[in-house]
Design a protein around this ligand. Structure first.
Ligand SMILES: C[S@@+](CC[C@H](N)C(=O)[O-])C[C@H]1O[C@@H](n2cnc3c(N)ncnc32)[C@H](O)[C@@H]1O
Length: 229
């Protein structure tokens, strides 16, 4: 498993620097009617404000009982309806096709192999109604950043060390107190291949959450794909 439960206790601090994505996903929710689905919902960081803004429940799927417990508690405190399910995004199955499936904060990178991602994209495509959208973001690998950070200890946002296993396109994040979570980076062509094999089409590729154009210098892929009409 690429997500270590020991990250759950520190997740608020870990994610404290990631805030600019919420408005982007909220806007997509406003543009869609019907049920909304978040893959790897975690603590509800995005799902709760999104459900609040859209005035509709969000179906949230995650493999981590500890993260789901946080999401449940927060949703209750915020008076928001989330339909939380313990499950693996590779096995996504919904009762009815939906207009929006989204996966923030690079969570698709927790899937180790192309086959895992292909399976996920196929399950998402099967869960979208005609014209329905799949949106996600992921960092673009930057060898200069990797060279700078490989083996480095960082205090912020919580004490951790990074290791770049380049041959496996993997980053291992190890917390000071123990616990390693891994991310497998993907190239633009891998994302395009996944969209293609799942029978989806690209609606937009942005270089950031303000919908900036994606350029050769962009460091974040912000994708919106859709099921063709
Ligand atoms: C970085 S957190 C993202 C949480 C949330 N989406 C957010 O934006 O704050 C990654 C989450 O992915 C979940 N996860 C990892 N692999 C998964 C899988 N195969 N299926 C569903 N959830 C998974 C972890 O349990 C964890 O909650």
């Amino acid at each position: 498993m690429s997500w270590d439960e020991r990250f759950a206790d520190l997740y608020d601090e870990w994610a404290s620097e990631m805030t600019e994505d919420v408005a982007f996903y909220v806007e997509l929710a406003h543009e869609t009617d019907g049920p909304l689905v978040e893959l790897a919902v975690g603590s509800g960081r995005v799902a709760i404000p999104l459900a609040q803004a859209a005035g509709r429940p969000v179906v949230g799927i995650d493999t981590s009982p500890a993260m789901l417990a946080q999401a449940r508690e927060r949703a209750e405190a915020a008076g928001v309806e989330l339909h939380l399910r313990e499950g693996d995004m590779r096995e996504l199955e919904l009762d009815e096709p939906v207009g929006l499936v989204y996966c923030p904060y690079r969570a698709l990178l927790h899937l180790p192999t192309w086959a895992d991602r292909r399976r996920t994209f196929e399950r998402v495509a099967a869960s979208l109604r005609s014209g329905g959208r799949f949106a996600w973001n992921a960092f673009a690998f930057d060898h200069a950043i990797a060279a700078r950070l490989d083996g480095l200890h960082q205090d912020e946002p919580v004490g951790h060390s990074l290791r770049y296993a380049v041959g496996d396109n993997r980053i291992d994040i190890t917390l000071d107190g123990g616990g390693t979570s891994s991310l497998w980076w993907a190239t633009k062509n891998e994302w395009l291949g996944l969209i293609d094999v799942a029978g989806l089409e690209v609606e937009a590729l942005y270089g950031g959450f303000e919908r900036e154009p994606f350029t050769e210098d962009s460091r974040e892929y912000v994708w919106v794909a859709r099921r063709p009409k």
